[in-house]
Design a protein around this ligand. Sequence first.
Ligand SMILES: NC(=O)c1ccc[n+]([C@@H]2O[C@H](COP(=O)([O-])OP(=O)(O)OC[C@H]3O[C@@H](n4cnc5c(N)ncnc54)[C@H](O)[C@@H]3O)[C@@H](O)[C@H]2O)c1
Length: 343
Amino acid sequence: MLVTGGAGYIGAHTAKALDEGGFFPVVYDSLSSGFREAVRWGVLVEGDIRDAGGLGAAMDAYDVGAVIHFAGLIEVGRSFVTPDLFWNVNVTGTQVLLDVMRPRQIGRLVFSSSAAVYGDSGRGVLEAIAEDAPKAPASPYGDTKLAAEALIEAECRDQGLCGVALRYFNAAGADPSGLIGEAHEPETHLIPLAIAAALGRAGPLTVFGDDFATPDGTCLRDYIHVNDLAAAHVAALRADLPPGSFEALNLGAGLGRSVLEVVEAVARAAGRPVPYSIGPRRSGDPASLVADPARGAARLGWRAAKPDLEEIVTDALRWALGPAYGEGRKEAPAQAAADPNRG
Ligand SMILES: NC(=O)c1ccc[n+]([C@@H]2O[C@H](COP(=O)([O-])OP(=O)(O)OC[C@H]3O[C@@H](n4cnc5c(N)ncnc54)[C@H](O)[C@@H]3O)[C@@H](O)[C@H]2O)c1
């Protein structure tokens, strides 16, 4: 299985799940934000997703049977600054991948999409999002995910590919082994930032807005354990889906957790308070992003096995307390904005 972006957070966990499931992961990654040390299962081929020659050589050398496509740029905030680069990597990169797969008759592609394709389209605050909800991305990042989905869907319709776009909600946690975990630079995800604040490795957390129409006024998000995401990718490879079909499926636990609930869970797990202050709302932040996971359950026979926030936070904390990839990450994680929309 070719795993583009397999040296990154979700890709590394999926490579482990593939290995455990009897597949051989061929990680294809530029290491632009991923880590050599995260590739512990299968092999690493260094290369850029936009390099057709490199991709083709990796597919031929390992006789690749299917592709899982994680590689891409993921910071929502940065996508406003360099939208062209995001389109180039996330959309053009996906087209290059499809072009390289086609002559090799590789029949299945599983793609990392995102809840960012939905944006904030006026639904009720506690309303779960099904796949047919209006698509209204609120960032160039979300635009690129929707555009890449469209390219894949067209390839399925016109060329007989079987495509599965998995729309992740908030990926969180870490493998309980402590061998791999979340390592973004800068880190903008809520749970690692709250952990860094609790451990005194970063300044106080900023919570963006406490006046949303939610039970405690802070944003609701659906946190999905990264091991559950990984399992869904293996299920998507195995699912009985015909050539020419395209599925877009939400991956979430179906549970809305507020920012303050997460802060409290981190404080309990760490045994220390999480210093935080309330900041203003940011534009484009929906009050709530919670998945309706029913279609994924029906198509993949998958559901979140680790929906418990305490377990997610405990696994993330174990990883944060253990050895990091490379050097320096633990000393000063950048205190970027805690972004419940990230990715
Ligand atoms: N983390 C989340 O909560 C989340 C939510 C929704 C969707 N996603 C999507 O899931 C995927 C993986 O996210 P992640 O959190 O593991 O991110 P990550 O940054 O940890 O991993 C991305 C990987 O892609 C590689 N990469 C980037 N550009 C590349 C290129 N041009 N060529 C080859 N490799 C390249 C990086 O080196 C890295 O290893 C992304 O596509 C992201 O948009 C993530």
